[in-house]
Design a protein around this ligand. Structure first.
Ligand code: ZN
Ligand code: MN
Length: 509
């Protein structure tokens, strides 16, 4: 595939032979509070543009913000789950910048006094030699508000360059965000892209387990900025980094990191220097292209927010919140492995497919874990790969998969038909039962119709019929095949075999 960028690349192997990559991640998580961070506007996704706004989130003169307690609670729980210290005293700050996505002309954020600092997240990285435990240091988690959404209309790329005009939707402006920032991550160079993927996967799972966000990357409720820099092997000081913004799937995070390692290595190899800048990731070919020159912190003229009082959480409150933390994901996975009787390797492929939660939800509805795993990591994962999407982004739910499994167990669907039902559900044709009806997919379970097909097949292949009568039961396979063909694959093969043997047995008797 040709890259969107014309910049030269080194192969990944050549890049890591000379350079040590250092990564860092800034992850923005939209909290699922009912109202915004500093006003009472609703946060529901998908409302008509500019219908969820008020004088506070529009920054009208004289409007004063009030902190959302639930958002602070979620921030503290995230901090605790990441092993951070919760600040006894923290404060909001104004991050000033001139861009119309924030009607106030500043974003209320936290700067040098964040609510949570200095934690760690234990992850497991799949490698050729088996799973490898890695600890990712967490620098800080701070509270801030989301910006509005700008839609550039008329250009080919959806970006501002080449657009005829731009539209702004402030519904998202003021939605509570937590930004989680890692410490520099230095691992065995070859593992860097896999570590990136495992970190985001693990963090997302933790956020979902905490119940503080749906963390849907494709809808932007979890957004990853990936920082990558290289240093020549043996050098201590960090190289200049780039920041690839808003990567919106777990798979893309891994690809973006890999691409930046290859691109930066080629730049450095040629004796040139890396420019500190933001970069855009392109889903189509996995490349990144230059964005804007990255601002330094001083460009934002941060200063303490004068309209909000500092956050001073009582220790009793923090301890109450600590008691609500879910089982840590690593522990939870060990327990699930035990319950489902699966290996660490099988668990890893579930996680890599992004299917663990979905399988769990399907099992919670009553499906057998082996059946649930089979469909989510088989046919559904195959389609998600084909479409370059995470399985969670496909329009099929655990309820749908559970129903398909039930229909298979009842015998009204065989595997082939079940795959067609999945295809129909994904095509928006309705739930599994509706697809079965509209596509006329139920297995032919009417014995009368099957016997008719069997009689025809036996009559067409008298030699086979003779063999079966002579006791060669395995010869029945040819008749089963013929019946499957004449019913368009819509028969239950096991039942057909039974009926053939009964039929031939009858004629013997
Ligand atoms: Zn508002
Ligand atoms: Mn931020």
């Amino acid at each position: 595939m040709t890259a969107t960028t014309s910049e030269p690349l080194l192969t990944f192997e050549d890049a890591i032979a000379t350079f040590d990559p250092v990564m860092g991640f800034e992850v923005h998580v939209e909290l699922n509070t009912l109202t915004k961070m500093f006003c009472g506007c609703p946060t529901e996704f998908g409302a008509p543009p500019n219908t969820q706004v008020c004088p506070v989130c529009l920054g009208l003169p004289g409007a004063l913000p009030v902190v959302n307690e639930k958002a602070v609670e979620s921030a503290i729980r995230i901090g605790l789950a990441l092993g951070c210290s919760i600040a006894e005293w923290s404060r909001f700050a104004r991050k000033n910048y001139f861009y119309p996505d924030m009607p106030k002309d500043f974003q209320t954020s936290q700067y040098d006094e964040p609510i949570a600092v200095n934690g760690a997240l234990a992850i497991v990285v799949p490698t050729e030699d088996g799973p490898r435990p890695v600890t990712v240091g967490i620098e800080r988690a701070h509270m801030e508000e989301d910006t509005g959404k700008i839609l550039h209309v008329g250009g080919a790329t959806g970006r501002i360059h080449g657009a005829d005009y731009s539209l702004i939707d402030y519904n998202r402006a003021g939605v509570p965000l937590i930004e989680i920032v890692t410490k520099p991550i230095e691992v065995e160079p070859a593992l860097a892209p896999a570590v990136a993927r495992a970190y985001v996967t693990e963090l997302r799972e933790l956020i979902v387990a905490l119940g503080v966000s749906d963390a849907h990357m494709h809808q932007g409720s979890m957004r990853v900025d990936a920082n990558v820099s290289l240093k020549p092997r043996g050098r201590v000081e960090l190289g200049t980094r780039t920041e690839t913004k808003n990567v919106n799937s777990i798979r893309s995070v891994e690809r973006a990191v890999r691409f930046e390692i290859q691109r930066q290595a080629a730049v450095l190899q040629a004796g040139e220097t890396i420019i500190q800048e933001t970069r855009h990731f392109h889903e189509s070919d996995g490349s990144t292209t230059s964005g804007r020159i990255k601002e330094e912190a001083e460009d934002y003229r941060y200063f303490p927010e004068p309209d909000l009082t500092p956050i001073v959480p009582e220790s009793a409150w923090i301890e109450r919140l600590r008691a609500t933390l879910p089982e840590p994901p690593l522990k939870r996975r060990a327990r699930i492995r035990e319950e489902w009787g699966i290996s660490e390797h099988e668990m890893q492929s579930l996680i890599n497919a992004g299917a663990l939660e979905l399988v769990q939800q399907t099992v919670a509805l009553g499906a057998d874990s082996a059946d649930a795993r089979k469909w989510w990591t088989g046919e559904i994962a195959r389609i998600s790969n084909e479409r370059g999407l995470d399985v969670a982004a496909l329009p099929i739910t655990p309820q749908d998969v559970h129903r398909i499994i039930m229909l298979t167990i009842e015998g009204s669907l065989n595997d082939k038909l079940a795959r067609q039902v999945i295809e129909g559900v994904l095509a928006g044709e309705g739930n599994p039962d509706e697809v079965v009806v509209s596509r006329d997919l139920a297995v032919v379970s009417d014995d009368g119709a099957l016997l008719e097909a069997i009689d025809t097949a036996l009559a067409q292949q008298p030699d086979v019929a003779e063999k079966i009568r002579g006791g060669k039961v395995q010869a029945a396979g040819a008749i089963v095949g013929a019946v499957m063909q004449s019913t368009g694959g819509m028969a239950d093969a096991a039942r057909v075999r039974e009926l053939i043997l009964e039929r031939v047995g009858d004629s013997l008797g």
